[in-house]
Each structure stands twice: as C-alpha cells, then as structure tokens.
Ligand binder design. Structure first.
Ligand SMILES: C[S@@+](CC[C@H](N)C(=O)[O-])C[C@H]1O[C@@H](n2cnc3c(N)ncnc32)[C@H](O)[C@@H]1O
Length: 208
C-alpha cells in the first residue's frame, strides 16, 4: 500500500470503525447489492459491507487514493466483509451527467457532500433506498421531493447504530414554524432543524 493511501485512510478512519458500524446497521435494514456513493472522498467503509460500490468524487486526493487499487483492496480485505467485493471510482462531478445506467443502484449514499439526493435520484432504482444525513440540507430536500418517502432512521446507541422504523415522520417535524422551499435549501446549503434528530435517514425511491 502506498504511504499516501495509508495516510488518507488513517485520517478518514479517525474514529476507528465508526462508518463500518453505520453501514452494518444500514445493511441490516436493507441488504443492498449495488451502491452509489457520490462525494465519497476516501470513505471506503461501504465496501466492508456491500458487494459492489461505485464511488464518485472530484477531489484529486480521492482519485489518487483509488488509483492505488492494491492498497484499497488491502484495506477492504482487512474488514471481514463480503467475498470478492467489487468497487470502482468515478472521477467526476455528480451534478453533471454520470456515465452510469439509470435506475441501476439499490442504495444511494449522501453524507456531508451536498444535494446528492437531488442530482443522483435517477441512478437509484424504484424501490431502492437513499441514506442521507442532514448536512447541506439533503434530508430536507429528500423530505419534500416526491421521488422519496421516508422509511426509517438510523440512531446511535452507544458506539453502535440501529434502525428505527416506528413513528419516523416525527424525525422530520421541524423545531419551529420555519419552512424552506427546495430553492432556499439549495441556496442556503442547509435544511430546517428537526425536533427529533437522527444520525441518518433512510428514504425509499418511489415508483414515479
Ligand atoms: C466533507 S467530504 C465528505 C466525504 C464523505 N462523504 C464522508 O462523509 O466522509 C465532501 C466530499 O464531497 C465531494 N463533493 C462535493 N461536491 C461534489 C460534486 N458536485 N461532485 C463530486 N464530488 C463532490 C468533495 O470533493 C469531498 O470529497
């Protein structure tokens, strides 16, 4: 493994195993096969759990990291995940047209990377799921987007994560009377604060 790869991964995994635990909880809720992760940077943790992951980012360091394929495989192999996992890196801006088949992914991941739900819904198959957090207002965008319907939230339980299925709409109840339109969320880069917060939200892609 190149020193660069090792260094970037050590920084990414500074709370050791945290993302691994998060994706394990997601896989327990929804055992996806094909996963799309726009704005992934070097967060390899989905490959510790899911068999086929496509990473997308514009950052030069991410492109260099994934060029060290042997190093990336070594990190994945040390996590006792699925046998022979497949992964690829797409060096691209996810707001532009990506060379990916529409409706071909089971799970779309949106963590701290902007309005992924908005731009990448087309790659998610109907019935597929979106995992998003509130960063950049992406949960608020998905909540008002008719292409998505909330199905569960992921909450932290100590060091572990678990899916909550009951009363999930309550996690989208705004703390105040403040409401943002889609345009405002995109312009401000943030969503409305919610009364009950979750670590992440799971939405189902509707048959539209
Ligand atoms: C704060 S990092 C989060 C990385 C990772 N999702 C995580 O949670 O650890 C945001 C990443 O999104 C990428 N990003 C932001 N906008 C993007 C775009 N339009 N297309 C591709 N990548 C983008 C950035 O290059 C950066 O690597």
């Amino acid at each position: 493994m190149e020193a660069f790869t090792r260094k970037l991964w050590a920084k990414q995994d500074q709370h050791p195993g945290d993302r691994w635990r998060l994706f394990r909880a997601v896989a327990a809720a929804f055992p996806a096969t094909r996963v799309l992760y726009p704005g992934s940077y070097v967060d390899l943790a989905p490959s510790f759990v899911f068999p086929d992951v496509t990473y997308v980012d514009v950052d030069r360091r991410a492109a260099r990291f994934f060029t060290d394929e042997a190093g990336v495989r070594e990190i994945i192999a040390s996590h006792d995940g699925p046998p022979s996992p497949r992964f690829r890196f797409v060096d691209a801006d996810y707001t532009a047209e990506l060379a990916l088949a529409e409706a071909s992914f089971d799970l779309l991941i949106s963590l701290f990377a902007g309005p992924v739900s908005e731009h990448c819904a087309r790659y998610l198959r109907p019935g597929g799921w979106l995992l998003a957090n509130t960063s950049h207002g992406d949960v608020s965008l998905a909540a008002i987007d008719p292409r998505y319907r909330i199905v569960a939230v992921i909450v932290a339980e100590g060091d572990e994560y678990a899916a909550v299925w009951d009363d999930v709409e309550a996690y989208l109840a705004p703390r105040s009377s403040l409401r943002y339109s889609r345009e405002e969320i995109l312009r401000l880069g943030r969503g409305v604060p919610y009364r009950r917060s979750a670590h992440a939200y799971l939405f189902r892609r509707e048959l539209l």
